[in-house]
Write a protein that binds this ligand. Structure first.
Ligand code: ACO
Length: 431
């Protein structure tokens, strides 16, 4: 636990309370209010947790003003350009980059866990074919706790480790199965000779009737998309995983909760919503109409893929994603893709508009990812499942970090009650 190095004083109704101030390695100082309620009989009010640090963490750091994202201290740009997704998984889970032998062992362990229990195939068949793949994933990942009884004991470090490897290994299989099920095609089993992203593309796009060769351009792009989504500090879905886990729930149930939270359009669902918006705009000449709508508070419309709770500068992931979109579409010979043209022009116009400048609204990671995923052949409904399978390593790393804490407590926020004061029950005949 971080030690306080000085204190702040809160004065309330003539009484003074000392609040320890803790200094993190990076980021703003943190007021320790844990004893405030006991000592001063007051709560703090912070809906949306805009000023609240809910935990200590050594995994990811974001400097929202500088537009900087570090995983275990390493800048995301360096990881995206020089590392690969599985190496990054090792880094997030264990804190350091692996040496060659550690990496080989880790890749082998993940690769040997990619198949799902055969009975899960039957479980899938209970869903309607037109179910959104995220709906299927929430159900199937939650159901993993009914299949893998030997990795449910959260107090056993080895079982936690096995659960982590299982989830990193099986989530792509489950996402691909959700996709195959939704298009009425047979499930494709994982292939251990392929890379992690290559295997995912194979499970999504291969059919038994013909050979499928993974395109190396798309394989690399997929790997990068996975890296850019791998973890992002205490965002809504990660906080959901931590809160669910704080009660002692099993890891599969916790990750299912994270997937459910990610689905919302204000979070991971924004990549689908963003591409649908770009399609709706359709041509560059219609952009001003949409910019005006986004600025009009009565329209209820927001530019999807724009704005972020933490970044008040460019989302560094969006920069890498934009480069990737250019590269991938160029290599595929579709650099003049109309959606990419609309996205770039929309970004240019928004970034020179006073409304967006004054509110510090910049493109986020979801702004360009959909364009690449669509070029790869994914329907929009698969965008958020791909985000979910990529974020699984972040969720599970954060969950493991929390469970390993000595003084871990159940998460239990308080409230500012605004309902009726105490009153007496009135019989129905007198109401
Ligand atoms: N388009 C237009 N206006 C916006 C947008 C947007 N995309 N985002 C924020 N604003 C405006 C708000 O209307 C508000 O204006 P006001 O101060 O005049 O009331 C101001 O900017 C601040 O917005 P908040 O909603 O208070 O900011 P918050 O930090 O709560 O929300 C969020 C962040 C949810 C990401 C928001 O920017 C948004 O809805 N963006 C669109 C959805 C999106 O792209 N989500 C993906 C986020 S990244 C991720 O999860 C991977």
């Amino acid at each position: 636990m971080t030690e306080a190095n000085r204190s702040a004083t809160l004065t309330l109704d003539g009484k003074s309370y000392s609040l320890p101030v803790m200094s993190p390695v990076l980021g703003p100082d943190v007021l320790d209010i844990r004893k405030l309620y006991a000592e001063a009989d007051v709560f703090t009010f912070d809906p949306g947790f805009t000023s609240t640090a809910a935990c200590e963490s050594a995994i990811t750091f974001i400097d929202g003003d500088a537009g900087e994202l570090l995983h275990r201290g390493y800048p995301i740009e360096q990881l995206a350009n020089q590392s690969n997704f599985l190496e990054m998984c090792f880094l997030l889970l264990y804190g350091e980059l692996p040496n060659a032998a550690q990496l080989e062992d880790f890749v082998s362990r993940v690769t040997r866990h990619t198949m799902v229990h055969e009975q899960m195939h039957n479980f899938f068949r209970g869903f309607r074919r037109d179910a959104h793949p995220m709906a299927t994933m929430v159900g199937v990942v939650g159901a993993m706790s009914a299949f893998y009884h030997d990795s449910l004991d959260i107090n056993d470090e080895w079982q936690r480790e096995v659960a982590a490897i299982r989830m990193i290994a099986k989530l792509p299989t489950i996402a691909a199965m959700a996709y195959k099920y939704s298009v009425g095609q047979p499930f494709v089993y994982p292939k251990n000779s392929l890379s992690y992203p290559g295997n995912f593309l194979h499970m999504c796009f291969a059919v038994p009737a013909e050979d499928f060769v993974v395109n190396p351009i798309l394989e690399k792009a997929m790997d990068r998309i996975m890296m850019l989504h791998a973890d992002h500090e205490q965002n809504a879905s990660t906080s959901t995983v931590r809160l669910a886990g704080s009660s002692g729930a099993n890891p599969f149930a916790c990750i299912a909760a994270g997937i459910a939270c990610l689905w919302g359009p204000a979070h991971g669902g924004a990549n689908q919503a963003c591409l649908e918006m770009l399609r709706e705009i359709g041509t560059v000449d219609r952009i001003p109409e949409y910019i005006a709508k986004a600025k009009d508070k009565t329209s209820g419309f927001r530019l999807m893929g724009f704005g972020h709770r933490v970044y008040k500068n460019f989302d560094p992931r969006a920069k890498v994603m934009k480069e990737s979109a250019d590269e991938v579409l160029g290599l595929l010979g579709i650099a003049n893709n109309p959606l990419l043209q609309v996205a770039k022009e929309l970004e240019r116009i928004a970034l020179s508009d006073d409304y967006f400048i004054s509110k510090k609204l910049y493109p986020n990671v979801d702004f360009y990812s959909g364009i690449i995923l669509e070029a790869m052949g994914f329907p929009t409904s698969m965008f958020t499942p791909i985000f979910a399978l990529s974020r699984t390593v972040g969720w599970i790393s954060q969950w493991k970090e929390m469970i390993a804490e000595k003084n871990q407590k159940i998460g239990r926020p308080r409230q500012l009650y605004i309902g009726e004061p105490k009153r007496d029950y009135v019989d129905v005949r007198h109401r």
